[in-house]
Design a protein around this ligand. Structure first.
Ligand code: SF4
Length: 398
């Protein structure tokens, strides 16, 4: 369920230099250092509203409170999505009060300042008691949590954790305690874990963030699905009309028009056979062979053109995928041959169904990969003259 968005306002810049910082093990150099609070940002938040995203986690990258327009980031989210829940993660060494924050997570390794600072290396030393009191006093309505990585030499046994909780639980609402992330540079030397059973503690043990699959708005104002920034996350849906659907283009357009979905862009692809395989879910080589044959057959019989509709609607992410999936089924039901007796092509002992269109399977969640594939394809937007031709096109039946 995609209902939360991580926002990274600052890519790397920080007032600390923590030995356990996960950002050190990643290469973020190519992106913007600070999120621009511009029209693109506003559009992104409006899109998130439409996708029913209400939970926001503003974190690093670097230290969020270093961002010069941090207040504007928060107030923009709250203005567009008044019922949003905004939590921030901060090292607490910048004493700044921001309206609209629902939850503050303060990072620390130890409540002993000397020990803490050997791990966090802050540029300005503000004692732990002063930091924690500042955030309690200036964020009176926010939930206050301490975020504690377990590190050998820091909080490395239950007695130390109990002592920290005993000293702070009058003002702290919750504790998030986690073992070191596997890719942290000091993981091998400093990993420590011990059993914890305390109602105020949320314990995250061996949380491997490398397999994260969520929604991140990075400092370059683009959406990604993981913290390695390998895969973009698209918040629109698509429908791919394969070459065999060209004879029904007008009928299909009418079915789309009658649906609750809105076409926001149309692309013509003229090299369908080159990249089409990437529209299909990852399966074994046998399956790929079958699909490649299917693609070759379609191209042989119907040409190498395909059309992609980028679709939008007032839906959450999951609902949008389901709506498009149902649209695909409707088109296939009304016009396709998939379930009909002669709805296949037999060539070189290979059977291919003629099923007109493809779209992401919401269960398989291939949506993002499919659309990043589109970006790499030789494609162009459908021109006005194309549209004229399409309108004149007379559909006929095989
Ligand atoms: S405070 Fe956070 S972002 Fe800054 S160096 Fe430490 S772990 Fe990294």
């Amino acid at each position: 369920m995609l209902d939360k968005c991580y926002i990274i306002p600052v890519q790397n810049t920080c007032t600390c230099d923590c030995t356990f910082c996960i950002s050190k093990s990643r290469n973020y150099d190519k992106k913007d250092e600070f999120l621009k609070v511009d029209n693109k940002f506003i559009e992104n938040i409006q899109l998130l509203k439409k996708r029913n995203i209400r939970k926001f986690e503003i974190t690093g990258g670097g230290e969020p409170l270093i961002h010069p327009d941090f207040e504007v980031i928060v107030s923009t989210i709250k203005r567009i999505i008044p019922d949003s829940y905004i939590k921030i993660y901060t090292n607490g060494f910048i004493l700044k009060t921001i309206e609209g924050i629902d939850e503050v997570n303060l990072s620390l390794v130890s409540n002993n300042d000397e020990i803490n600072n050997t791990f966090m290396n802050p540029k300005n030393n503000i004692p732990f008691n002063q930091r924690i009191m500042y955030f309690r006093k200036n964020y009176p309505l926010s939930k206050l949590r301490l975020s504690i990585p377990l590190i050998k030499g820091g909080i490395d046994n239950i007695e130390k954790l109990d002592a920290l909780i005993k000293n702070t639980n009058q003002i702290v609402d919750e504790y998030v305690v986690r073992t070191l992330y596997p890719h942290s540079l000091i993981y091998n030397d400093s990993y420590v874990e011990f059993p914890i059973n305390n109602k105020k503690v949320i314990y995250e043990k061996d949380n491997d963030v490398s397999d994260f699959d969520g929604l991140i708005l990075w400092s370059d104002n683009k959406f990604y699905k993981d913290f390695n920034l390998d895969k973009k996350r698209y918040l629109y849906g698509y429908l791919l009309l394969k070459p065999d659907s060209s004879i029904y283009i007008n009928e299909i357009e009418k079915i789309i028009k009658d649906s609750n979905l809105k076409v926001i862009k149309r692309y013509l692809i003229n090299n369908f056979d080159m990249k089409a395989l990437q529209f299909y879910q990852e399966k074994d080589n046998n399956y790929k062979l079958i699909i490649q044959n299917h693609i070759n057959n379609l191209v042989y019989l119907f040409g190498n053109n395909a059309v992609i509709y980028i679709l939008d609607g007032n839906y959450s992410y999951q609902e949008l995928l389901e709506e498009i999936y149902n649209l695909k089924l409707e088109i296939r039901k009304q016009l396709g041959f998939t379930e009909k007796e002669h709805g296949y092509i037999l060539k070189n002992d290979n059977i291919s169904h003629v099923n007109l269109c493809h779209c992401p399977d919401p269960i398989m969640s291939l949506f993002e990969r499919d659309l990043s594939t589109i970006e790499e394809l030789s494609k162009r937007e459908i021109s006005r003259s194309d549209q004229k031709v399409l309108k004149k096109h007379r559909s006929y039946y095989l």
